[in-house]
Design a binder for this molecule. Structure first.
Ligand code: ADP
Length: 302
């Protein structure tokens, strides 16, 4: 029977400028990026699914078509009558990008509103992946429902992986963000933060401090990424630092962390080797940042 890697979160419509007031529509999101790279990185014996909520309108259907065309299973997606998907627009001024968001009423905010649905899909997964953005968009009571479903699935044998991806503007307060992220870490086998975020919002002096803080919260393994700097990989028993190979010609660092997480987890799920997993993460992220855009098809055909 095939195993399931289930990513949970929000996929949004992206409107990217193409010239004189025209835009190209795409689909984007941190957990979606990781699901997409996980599909490319995992062997055929794995199904990669995405759990979110969408509307019943045309743009929601196009999002599902995009996921299906990426070989991502959409059977866990909730469809709501009265909502649609979130959207953001990229604007360019003097070469600088700025972002405008329409997501406060997005369907994805309801992804955990049906506790039975959530429990069923989480309990059927072998690896559950989510991020701080997944948590941030949920109403507080649904966040607790999500944590309970996660704990239940874990007791039944699922592994859990989490990238804190700290975005304070999405949260009701920084304090709630820090508490929720710490609570989530305590329910996870893998916590995969970026040091830049942890420094900014937890005030950690070093990546080792971030790793220790998440281990104290109950995380099984912590993998702290830090751009071109060493990755710290720590469990209660061991701590290692790994230097990523230098990357020339960096074009766009979008999805560096998301792709790293996918390749790391795919390798760890098959080999259980920290060294091989860190290498796989750095190899994929190092390639992704040499190309424009979040989803870079840099995989050899099978
Ligand atoms: P995020 O996108 O979450 O901020 P990071 O910037 O920490 O993630 O990068 C994730 C991984 O991508 C790093 O651990 C590294 O392997 C690779 N990476 C990112 N930036 C660079 C860089 N400038 N040089 C080499 N590798 C990089």
């Amino acid at each position: 029977m095939s195993k399931t890697f289930l990513a949970v979160g929000e996929c949004m419509v992206e409107m990217a400028p193409t010239g004189q007031g025209t835009f190209a529509m795409g689909f984007a999101g941190d957990t979606l990026n990781t699901a997409w790279y996980a599909r490319k990185s995992l062997p055929d014996g794995w199904t990669v699914g995405y759990l979110t909520a969408v509307g019943r309108d045309q743009v929601s259907e196009e999002m599902l078509d995009f996921l299906r065309s990426s070989d991502v299973d959409v059977s866990a997606v909730r469809k709501l009558d009265d909502r649609t998907v979130g959207l953001y627009m990229i604007q360019l001024k003097d070469g600088e990008r700025s972002f405008a968001y329409w997501r406060s009423q997005s369907a994805a905010r309801q992804l955990a509103a049906d506790a039975g649905h959530l429990r069923t899909y989480l309990s059927n997964a072998n690896l559950i992946y989510f991020s701080g953005i997944t948590l941030a968009i949920l109403p507080e009571k649904d966040r607790q429902v999500f944590f309970e479903a996660l704990a239940t699935a874990r007791k039944a044998g699922a592994k859990t992986a989490f990238d804190p991806n700290l975005r304070p503007r999405l949260w009701e307060s920084e304090d709630v963000m820090r508490k929720s992220v710490t609570q989530a870490a305590g329910l996870c086998d893998f916590v995969m933060p970026s040091f830049e975020d942890e420094l900014a919002h937890f005030g950690d002096a070093t990546a080792e401090v971030s790793a220790d803080r998440y281990l104290s919260a109950g995380a099984g393994m912590v993998v702290v990424k830090n751009g071109p700097e060493e990755v710290i990989c720590a469990t209660a028993q061991e701590k290692h630092a790994f230097q990523p190979s230098p990357v020339q010609n960096i074009v766009d660092t979008t999805a560096a962390g998301d792709s790293y997480n996918a390749a790391f987890l795919a390798e760890y799920l098959s080999s259980g080797s920290i060294k091989a997993s860190v290498d796989a993460g750095a190899r994929l992220a190092g390639t992704v940042i040499q190309h424009r855009g979040a989803l870079v098809d840099c995989f050899e055909p099978a």
